[in-house]
Design a binder for this molecule. Structure first.
Ligand code: AMP
Ligand code: ZN
Length: 508
C-alpha cells in the first residue's frame, strides 16, 4: 500500500505525512465566523477536514482535532479597517453580539451534525482567549516584531523579514506585488508599512465588543486568535493546519508570521487548503448572493432547486470530488449524487446483513447468503476485490482522493450486490476475501466517508410494513399487496421480492 501523502501548500507538492510524535496527530482547522448561517461552501471545507480527521483515525492515528469559533475580530471585508461582522449583525438586529454568536454557533453545530460530521475534540473561541492574544502581541512587541500606534498594535513585516522571516512564503505572494495591491486601502496612516497587519485594534466608542488592554480599549486582530489557540492546544509546532483556499492569504500567511515570530518556528508542518464550492463557476459566497443554505437544500425551498436534497446526498456529492478541485453546485450533479448515494447505501444495508457461510452448510434460505455445496473458489473475483481494496486505500493515501476511492468502492459494490442477489456464494470468495470485502466496504462508507442511512420513517415502521406485505402476499390478497408497494414508493422505498428473500431498499 502507498504511504499517506498530503498536498502541502507550503512546499507546493505532495509530501509524505510524517507526524511529529506518532501515533499522535495535531490538527487545527479554522472554524466559522459566527455572524450568519453557514452556507454550503463553508460546509464543503468543514466536511473535507471531517473526512481527513475520520481517515487519520481510521488508519490508527490518535488525532487531537481543534476547530475554533471566530466570535470577535473578523471585520467586514476581511481587512484591518471597518466594522466587525458580528457587531454589525448585532446592531442590525438590536441584540447583544453574544446572541448573534450563540445563535449561529448553534446553527453551525446543528448543520454539522446533520451532515454527520464528528465534533472536534476542542472547539475554542476567540473571546475565550483574549489574555493569550494580548500576551502574544506583547511578546511580538518585545521582540521588535510589532509596534503600538494610536492604541492599535501592528505586526511589523519589514522587521520580520529582516529577522529571517519570509512573509509571503505560504501564498507565494511577492512583497512588491502586495504593496501595489494594498496602496489604496483606507486607514493605513497608523501603519509603518501598508502590509503590516493588526494584532490588536483600538475600538471606536460605537464598537460594541471591546476590552481593556495595555494599549487602551480594543479588540484582537482576526489572525491572532488562531495562532494563540493552536499553540495553546497543539503546541508551538504541530502537524496539520487546514482551512478553505481563500484563507491562504492573508489569514494563514499572517498566522505563520505570528507563530514564527513568537516561537521561532513555523507553526504547522502541513498546510492543507480545500478548494471552493462554486455556482456556475463562481465561488459560493454570501456577499455574491449566490449562496445556498443547508436548510434550503434539505427543504428544496431555494428557487433554483428542482427538488430537496438530503444531507447525506449532499455529503456524497461533495466527496465525489477530491477536496483540492473546485466543485460546481448544480441540480444535475446533485441528482446524480442522490442516485449514487442510494446505490451505495442499499449496498451498505446488504453488506451489513451478509454472513459468511462455508460451502458445506445449508442455510435453509433464512440467511441472506445461501451457499451451494461444493463451491469452487473464484480466484478472478478474489483478485479483483483485492485490487479494489488496494485502490481505495491508495486513493485515500494520495492526498485524500475520495473521488477515486469512491470509484473503487463501486467496484466492491458489484460483489456485495451479487452476494445479496444470491448470484455469488460467499464461499466462492473464501472467508478472507469475503471478510475483507465486508469490512472495507462497510468501514470506508461509515467511518471514512461518514455516510449513513437516512430512513424517512422509523425503521420499525418500515419493517412493520414489510411484515404486512409478506402476510398479504401469503394470503394472495394482491390488491393489498399493491397498496403496500405504493406506501413504500411514497416513502422513496421499494420492495425487493426475490426468490430467496423479501427485503426493502431505497429507491435508486
Ligand atoms: P468564514 O466563516 O467566512 O471564515 O468561512 C469558513 C470556512 O469556509 C473557511 O475555511 C472558508 O475558507 C470556507 N469557505 C468559504 N466559502 C467557501 C466556498 N465557496 N467553498 C468552500 N469553502 C468556503
Ligand atoms: Zn484561522
Amino acid at each position: 500500500m502507498q504511504p499517506l501523502k498530503i498536498y502541502n501548500t507550503l512546499t507546493r507538492q505532495k509530501d509524505l505525512f510524517e507526524p511529529l510524535s506518532p501515533p499522535f496527530v495535531g490538527l487545527y482547522v479554522c472554524g466559522p465566523t459566527v455572524y450568519n448561517n453557514v452556507h454550503l461552501g463553508n460546509v464543503r471545507t468543514f466536511l473535507a477536514f471531517d473526512t481527513l480527521y475520520r481517515y487519520l483515525t481510521h488508519i490508527g492515528y490518535k488525532v487531537r482535532y481543534v476547530r475554533n469559533i471566530t466570535d470577535v475580530g473578523h471585520l467586514v471585508g476581511d481587512g484591518d479597517e471597518g466594522e466587525s461582522k458580528i457587531d454589525r449583525m448585532a446592531k442590525l438586529e438590536k441584540v447583544e453580539p453574544m446572541e448573534i454568536v450563540q445563535r449561529y454557533t448553534n446553527d453551525f453545530h446543528d448543520v454539522m451534525l446533520q451532515f454527520n460530521a464528528i465534533p472536534p475534540n476542542i472547539e475554542p473561541t476567540a473571546t475565550g482567549h483574549l489574555i493569550e492574544q494580548i500576551e502574544a502581541a506583547q511578546t511580538l512587541i518585545g521582540k521588535g516584531l510589532a509596534y503600538e500606534s494610536n492604541g492599535s498594535v501592528y505586526f511589523n513585516i519589514e522587521a520580520y523579514n529582516q529577522q529571517g522571516g519570509n512573509y509571503g512564503k505560504l501564498s507565494g505572494r511577492i512583497l512588491d506585488d502586495l504593496l501595489n495591491e494594498t496602496r489604496n486601502l483606507d486607514g493605513q496612516a497608523e501603519k509603518r508599512n501598508p502590509l503590516d497587519f493588526a494584532l490588536w485594534k483600538k475600538a471606536a466608542p460605537e464598537h460594541i465588543m471591546q476590552w481593556n488592554s495595555p494599549w487602551g480599549r480594543g479588540f484582537p486582530g482576526w489572525h491572532l486568535e488562531c495562532t494563540c489557540m493552536s499553540t495553546k492546544y497543539l503546541g508551538t509546532q504541530f502537524d496539520i493546519h487546514g482551512g478553505g483556499m481563500d484563507l491562504k492569504f492573508p489569514h494563514h500567511e499572517c498566522e505563520i508570521a505570528q507563530g514564527t515570530g513568537i516561537n521561532g518556528a513555523s507553526p504547522a508542518r502541513y498546510w492543507m487548503h480545500a478548494n471552493m464550492l462554486t455556482v456556475n463557476g463562481q465561488k459560493m459566497s454570501k456577499s455574491l448572493g449566490n449562496s445556498f443554505l443547508p436548510h434550503e437544500l434539505f427543504a428544496g425551498s431555494h428557487p433554483l432547486l428542482e427538488q430537496p436534497y438530503s444531507p447525506m446526498t449532499t455529503r456524497f456529492f461533495m466527496l465525489q470530488s477530491q477536496y483540492r478541485s473546485t466543485l460546481d453546485f448544480s441540480n444535475d450533479a446533485l441528482r446524480a449524487a442522490q442516485k449514487g448515494y442510494k446505490r451505495l447505501i442499499n449496498g451498505l444495508r446488504a453488506a451489513n446483513s451478509m454472513q459468511y457461510i462455508p460451502s458445506e452448510e445449508n442455510t435453509g434460505g433464512a440467511v441472506l447468503s445461501v451457499s451451494t455445496p461444493g463451491v469452487v473458489a473464484d480466484e478472478k473475483k478474489k483478485a479483483d476485490i483485492e485490487k479494489s481494496v488496494q485502490g481505495i486505500y491508495d486513493a485515500l493515501n494520495d492526498d485524500l482522493n475520495t473521488a477515486v476511492a469512491i470509484a473503487n468502492l463501486f467496484n466492491l459494490l458489484k460483489y456485495v450486490n451479487m452476494i445479496y442477489m444470491n448470484q455469488l456464494p460467499p464461499a466462492a470468495l473464501g472467508a478472507d476475501s469475503f471478510g475483507k470485502l465486508k469490512e472495507v466496504f462497510v468501514g470506508v462508507i461509515e467511518n471514512v466517508l461518514g455516510l449513513r442511512e437516512e430512513p424517512t420513517q422509523g425503521m420499525a415502521v418500515v419493517e412493520g410494513m414489510l411484515a404486512q406485505y409478506r402476510q398479504f402476499k401469503a394470503a394472495q390478497q394482491y390488491d393489498k399487496v399493491d397498496e403496500v408497494r405504493r406506501c413504500f414508493k411514497d416513502q422513496g422505498l421499494v420492495i425487493r421480492d426475490m426468490k430467496h428473500r423479501i427485503d426493502w431498499a431505497y429507491e435508486e
